[in-house]
Write a protein that binds this ligand. Structure first.
Ligand code: NAP
Length: 488
């Protein structure tokens, strides 16, 4: 099968930091179909050779499991071409059409790795140039809009020129091996399914913590914030994977139908819950990894009086038979104590105690997403320690855990998120991409929060860089009698 992959924004940060290394890894693993061509598009005036040299020089700055030799890079670089285009000029699309028609590849992937403001215009121009053929696939990067109305406007523009099955909306979390293992854990094993419900689960916590600040993307982040950047997409997709019913098969729409039902079952925000179950924060100067770092408002590109949240903690509920009454906590932020993304499923305590157990010790399944991915099952065991054996009365149990590290088990050279997703686009597999109705439903749920924060006078709560966020986040969860995993 031959393919053309057109990378709009082919010289941009996303292209050279994520997409090119992912395509190279796929090439190295022998998984790219052999008859491929990758066409970078931007406004620079570059020859194919100059574009290859640019990508080669950028490869020195990216993390790769093993550096390519000159010969290996040259074999990959032979796939790379460059086309100068200004995406806002209709006449430039004719040259793209000529380039693509001259080759007539079986599949043409158009990857929009460029500002979302260009998406609608690009779609219209692709259609005007006759490039919306049945063998075209369009990849849309996040953020797809900044609220429900702008998200709908983009989706409608795209659907006017292509069918839903041709549209691949990226949420790169879905491409992570750890997230695919979450699906495998739930729907490939029978062990947990009988326990996966309100009768046995006390609460579920999703944490996506970053120790980095906004780096060079201050201006972008300041107009976005943590709710739009992380919660509306990644965190809610994780929530769906945790809470959805088993799909009837592994086809894209069967999976997406079930995820959509979860989003529709999220309890809507009320005046009371907006005040009590949504905490926003903004980091101030502090120490991270032994280094002094500036506060958010001192970062380049950030307004000195910015009200943008760099931290969010939410408590939500899913109103259906499986989950009614079970709190789901979501927490994400920048400049937190560690780079650590994980999910904790806290089970209820044993119904009748015949042993003594340490305070707060419960069965717990921890799904580690990054920096390492794996599973930990926390149990209670009878210690052989003589001090415990000698105690009078009920024996005291000790927390112990089983630990499965997927990196150790499957090796470090695994298929990365963007590699997986790019291969799926080329092969036409939609399972790990987000359907427009899911995306709109997620925006519908977060929008009252965006409105509330826009008008709330108090602004985000300060927290020191290197901490776990404002203390109000711990207080919120403590009101339910629980604590975040690092506090228990
Ligand atoms: P960027 O570094 O600013 O790159 C933008 C690219 O688009 C450049 O190649 C630029 O080249 C090209 N471009 C801009 N205007 C153009 C025009 N009128 N015609 C043709 N080409 C044009 O941005 P980025 O960080 O790669 O981000 C791209 C998109 O991905 C954004 O929507 C971003 O939010 C999203 N995203 C980025 C990341 C990331 O890690 N960077 C992660 C997730 C999502 P010229 O200016 O030379 O034309």
């Amino acid at each position: 099968m031959s393919f053309d992959l057109v990378l709009f924004g082919g010289t941009g940060d996303l292209a050279w930091r994520k997409l090119m290394p992912a395509l190279f890894q796929a090439f190295r693993h022998g998984s790219l179909p052999p008859q491929g061509r990758i066409v970078g598009v931007a406004r620079d005036d570059l020859s194919d050779e100059q574009y290859r040299s640019l990508i080669r020089s950028r490869f020195d700055q990216v993390e790769l499991a093993k550096r390519p030799s000159a010969e290996e890079f040259d074999r990959f670089a032979a796939l790379l071409h460059f086309l100068r285009m200004d995406l806002s000029r209709p006449q430039d699309y004719d040259r793209l059409a000529q380039t693509l028609r001259a080759r007539g590849a079986d599949t043409v992937v158009m990857y929009l790795a460029t500002a979302p403001a260009l998406f609608t215009g690009v779609c219209e121009q692709l259609a005007a140039a006759g490039l919306n053929t049945p063998n075209t696939r369009l990849v849309l990067e996040k953020p797809l809009g900044h609220d429900l109305a702008s998200n709908r406007a983009i989706n409608e523009a795209v659907r006017r020129v292509l069918q839903e099955k041709q549209i691949f909306r990226i949420d790169h979390y879905l491409g992570k091996p750890s997230v695919q293992n979450l699906f495998a854990l739930r729907f490939g094993n029978a062990l947990f399914e009988p326990l996966w419900r309100r009768e046995t689960i006390a609460n579920i916590q999703i944490t996506i913590a970053e120790d980095l600040g906004v780096e060079k993307r201050g201006a972008f982040y300041d107009s976005t914030g943590a709710l739009r950047d992380m919660v509306q997409n990644h965190a809610l997709q994780l929530l769906c994977a945790l809470a959805m019913e088993p799909p009837i098969n592994a086809h894209a729409d069967a999976i997406r139908d079930e995820k959509l039902k979860v989003l529709r079952s999220l309890t809507p925000w009320t005046v009371q819950s907006l005040g009590q179950h949504a905490i926003r924060g903004q980091y101030t100067a502090g120490r991270v990894g032994g280094q002094q770092v500036p506060g958010y408002r001192e970062e380049p590109g950030v307004a000195p009086d910015s009200q943008t949240e760099t931290f969010v903690a939410l408590r939500c509920e899913i109103a259906n038979w499986r989950w009614a009454g079970v709190p789901f906590y979501i927490r994400t932020g920048k400049r937190l104590a560690a780079r650590d993304a994980h999910i904790v499923v806290n089970f209820r305590a044993a119904p009748h105690a015949i042993f003594d157990v340490p305070m707060g010790a419960v069965n717990r399944l921890v799904i580690n997403l990054q920096p390492r991915d794996g599973l930990e099952l926390h149990l209670l065991a009878q210690s052989q320690d003589s001090r415990h054996a000698a105690r009078a009365g009920s024996p005291m149990l000790t927390p112990v855990h089983l630990n499965l590290d997927f990196t150790q088990r499957f090796g470090a050279e695994r298929v990365g998120a963007y590699e997986r997703l790019l291969l799926d686009v080329i092969d036409g597999r939609l399972n790990l991409f987000v359907r427009s109705d899911e995306q709109e439903e997620a925006w519908r749920w977060v929008e009252p929060l965006l409105d509330f924060w826009r008008h709330e006078r108090n602004g985000p709560r300060p927290y020191a860089a290197g901490s776990w966020g404002p203390s109000a986040s711990s207080a919120m969860i403590a009101r339910d009698g629980f604590c975040w995993s690092e506090e228990c």
